[in-house]
Design a protein around this ligand. Structure first.
Ligand SMILES: [Fe+2]
Length: 246
């Protein structure tokens, strides 16, 4: 099975469309989504519609999906994130709001092959930035392979019997074969708001037969997305950061 792994889309329609048309020829069997479909960007309904149209789909909620759909009130959000979340809540159609609200909480096991979580499999709102956090997650869980999001930072953590390793991807397309006897925590990066200093949309494809993970970066119409954010009256930093990838 070939899985298209998407995370942190954040209402960025241009980035999501670019990724979906880029992977059309690759014939993925299933779309897997790691949460944060909305929040920050100007096209919440279009992005929810586009993801809902993907079939088959395995999806979980992110922290922004919870606040934008009204499950949580966003008391831990900063001012800009909260303003965008409240704007999103007002814009979402009833159908999309109901669909977002019903997204399950991670971790979720996909086809018995791998787990997915938004933050960590233990706490959907917690971040994995580095090896210390990754090691703690490895110790408290037993998933051989888990894809996660939330940090908007593409990275592979591998735990072998004697060491933990970090692989940071810098190539536009990075192929990695999973080794036997090593456990993995893998972040495909963010579609709609990358934060690793690279503004290109980031996503992964996992081939469960060959056990190869490919993390790719592709261009999209950033200027168009920025214009829409400003036109919608959303905070300017949300537009500015897209060009910087942070
Ligand atoms: Fe996010």
């Amino acid at each position: 099975m070939k899985y298209l792994i998407l995370s942190d889309i954040h209402s960025n329609k241009e980035a999501l469309s670019a990724v979906l048309s880029h992977v059309r020829r690759k014939r993925c069997d299933k779309v897997v989504f790691l949460g944060d479909l909305v929040g920050y960007g100007a096209n919440p309904n279009q992005t929810v519609d586009a993801l809902r149209a993907q079939k088959p789909l395995a999806a979980i909620r992110g922290n922004h999906d919870k606040v934008c759909s009204g499950i949580e009130n966003g008391e831990l959000f900063n001012r800009i994130a909260l303003e965008a979340a409240m704007w999103t809540r007002r814009k979402l159609t009833r159908s999309n709001l109901t669909w977002l609200k019903a997204l399950p909480q991670g971790p979720l096991l996909v086809d018995g092959k791998f787990a997915i979580s938004h933050g960590t499999p233990i706490d959907e709102d917690a971040y994995i930035f580095g090896e210390i956090e990754a090691l703690n997650v490895f110790r408290q869980t037993d998933f051989p392979l888990c894809f996660f999001g939330h940090s908007h930072f593409p990275v592979i953590f591998g735990l072998s019997p004697d060491a933990i390793t970090t692989i940071l991807t810098v190539a536009p397309t990075f192929k990695f074969k999973l080794e036997e006897g090593v456990r993995y925590l893998i972040n495909p990066g963010s579609i709609g708001q990358p934060r690793d200093g690279n503004p290109l949309a980031s996503f992964a494809i996992y081939d469960s037969e060959s056990r190869v993970v490919t993390i790719s970066r592709i261009e999209y119409r950033v200027a168009e997305t920025q214009e829409k954010i400003l036109k919608a009256g959303l905070p300017r930093p949300l537009a500015d950061r897209l060009a910087l990838g942070r």
